[in-house]
Design a binder for this molecule. Structure first.
Ligand SMILES: [Ca+2]
Ligand SMILES: [Ca+2]
Length: 244
């Protein structure tokens, strides 16, 4: 057995060195000499990815083309920015669940206060949140602002609400809110949200959990971007969020 190991290790090392030597010129030339598309197929590079920044009062998770791509890791913090890189594919269906951190039983925040919400997203391809996004509230309260005897109204998550082919035509359009109304905190100003609008439903105070959807046919910046080669996942990457 010892003999096998001593022979195998150098072979592995030599193999690695050979691969490294082959890769070296390509790495050095990365981004300079790009092979022309073959049958429309283009190998993706980091330069094809785009930055997405999101900021929610108080939490959000985002699906792109039916796949869970971002989860705010902090349930409640006024307020944190989530920034990720994605490889965009168009048309691109964006679905977001956003939550004001309201008590599920009372709809209140901080004991018996009525807390407000808000969501803003900016993609480096020019996609921004605005009133063209679709919105659907599934948790409202406290009804009629009655904090002394708080009651709430909830709906189940629609099945596969994040899927590309989900029908959101009956959802309302999102409402836009001013920065003065939302009053974001410092992390917001450390990221590029220029041109994006704060959105929610028509009730920033009492609608606590809201679903948003938007389909981007082509990016407003770089509309001629070629599709990059990728695969469809062989496992369900929709994520653990319940569908109902
Ligand atoms: Ca809040
Ligand atoms: Ca609220």
């Amino acid at each position: 057995m010892k003999t096998t190991v001593t022979i195998a290790l150098p072979l592995v090392l030599i193999g690695s060195m050979l691969i490294a030597m082959q890769d070296a010129p390509r790495r050095q030339g990365a981004g300079k000499q790009r092979k022309p598309p073959q049958d429309g197929i283009v190998k993706p590079e980091m330069s094809d990815t785009i930055r997405v920044a999101g900021y929610a009062d108080n939490w959000f998770a985002m699906y792109i083309n039916g796949k869970l791509v971002a989860v705010d890791s902090i349930d409640f913090l006024p307020h944190n920015v989530v920034a990720i890189d994605i490889l965009p594919e168009y048309p691109m269906t964006i679905a977001v669940i956003a939550k004001d951190n309201a008590d599920p039983k009372t709809g209140c925040e901080y004991g018996r206060s009525i807390g407000d919400a808000g969501l803003i997203l900016k993609f480096a391809d020019g996609t921004v949140t605005d009133a063209s996004w679709k919105a659907k509230c599934i948790f409202h309260g406290p009804i009629e602002r009655k904090t002394d005897e708080p009651k709430v109204r909830t709906e189940e998550l629609p099945a596969y609400w994040f899927a590309v082919d989900f029908d959101d035509s009956k959802w309302e359009n999102a409402h836009e809110y001013t920065e003065e109304r939302i009053q974001p905190k410092q992390p917001f100003y450390e990221h590029d949200f220029k041109g994006a609008k704060w959105i929610w439903t028509g009730d920033l105070d009492l609608d606590n959990t809201v679903l948003f959807r938007k389909k981007i046919e082509k990016p407003s910046l770089n509309p001629d971007a070629k599709r990059r080669w990728t695969t469809k996942p062989d496992i369900d990457t929709a994520g653990p969020t319940p569908v109902k």
